[in-house]
Design a protein around this ligand. Structure first.
Ligand SMILES: Nc1ncnc2c1ncn2[C@@H]1O[C@H](COP(=O)(O)OP(=O)(O)OP(=O)(O)O)[C@@H](O)[C@H]1O
Length: 259
């Protein structure tokens, strides 16, 4: 099974009458096997957008629909409507566990589990055991030597690699990664990014990752989208809008967009 995702007018507003932040995710789609690199200056809402797409946060309006590839056994999912269902908590938790693999900015590992157990847990929850894939992930992310340790004994970069392995372990249909290589040295960053991209293409996984590492995004030639503030400067009602970034804009940071 593989799914493409379609977003239409997905919008959320945070704050109160004095200061508001509105994220407008617009209209776009991501195909199965495709990888999108999300960029934007600090505070433009990258984490917020990834939380919306990872079913960690409810939108105020708009649609968010997953459609299985023709000929596969999956069923269409209207994720935006899950939040309004009487069973919202169970539906959203089920989507998070089975459909998505999420790499949070801060790792989010369980402190009482070892590295192996932290990676394996997504397979257990999704009921998709696959020991050989688990071993391959630990190996490819250089985690074999530390597989028996708990997160408290790991560096931030090691934790980030564990979080990437955990997000891929249950072979989700969509991977969402919030600056997955931010804490990694260049060599590990390239390896982790390569693995995310290879897993997406080989497994037909739609993958969206945020990053400030423009050379790496360029190197892997991924499709780019960017968030930019579209409200007037000093307006307390800040509006951030997601736009497609073409290659030309991606190499010219002079327009105020952090690309
Ligand atoms: N309760 C709130 N009221 C108003 N604005 C808020 C509230 N909570 C968060 N925000 C704003 O939401 C915006 C989105 O933050 P977010 O963490 O998603 O940005 P980001 O692009 O991921 O930043 P970074 O690159 O620094 O991680 C920020 O500008 C923040 O000030």
């Amino acid at each position: 099974m593989a799914y493409s995702l379609a977003i239409d007018d997905l919008t959320v507003t945070l704050g109160d009458a004095e200061r508001r932040f509105t994220l407008q995710a617009g209209q776009w789609s991501i195909a199965a096997g495709e990888v999108i690199g999300l960029t934007g200056p600090s505070g433009t809402g990258k984490t917020l957008l990834l939380e919306l797409l990872g079913m960690l946060r409810a939108p105020d309006r708009g649609s968010y629909i997953a459609t299985p590839l023709t000929g596969t056994a999956g069923t269409r999912q209207e994720f935006h409507s899950f939040w309004r269902d009487a069973n919202a908590m169970a539906l959203c938790a089920g989507a998070r566990a089975g459909f998505f693999g999420f790499v949070p900015q801060a790792g989010g590992l369980l402190p009482f589990l070892t590295v192996t157990e932290n990676v394996e847990i997504t397979q257990r929850i999704a009921r998709r055991p696959d020991e050989s894939w688990l071993k391959a992930l630990l190996g490819e992310l250089g985690l074999n030597q530390i597989a028996h340790l708990r997160p408290g004994a790991l560096s931030i970069g090691q934790r980030q690699r564990v979080a990437i392995a955990r997000a891929l372990a249950h072979r989700p249909f969509c991977v969402i990664a919030d600056e997955p290589t931010a804490a990694l040295d260049p060599e590990n960053a390239q390896a982790a990014m390569g693995l995310l991209i290879e897993a997406a293409r080989a497994g037909g996984t739609a993958t969206l990752l945020s990053s400030h590492d423009y050379p790496t995004l360029e190197k892997f030639e991924m499709r780019r989208m960017g968030l930019q503030i579209t409200s007037a400067p000093h307006d307390p009602n800040v509006v951030s809008t997601l736009v497609a970034m073409d290659k030309q804009r991606a190499t010219s940071p002079s327009d105020g967009v952090d690309v």
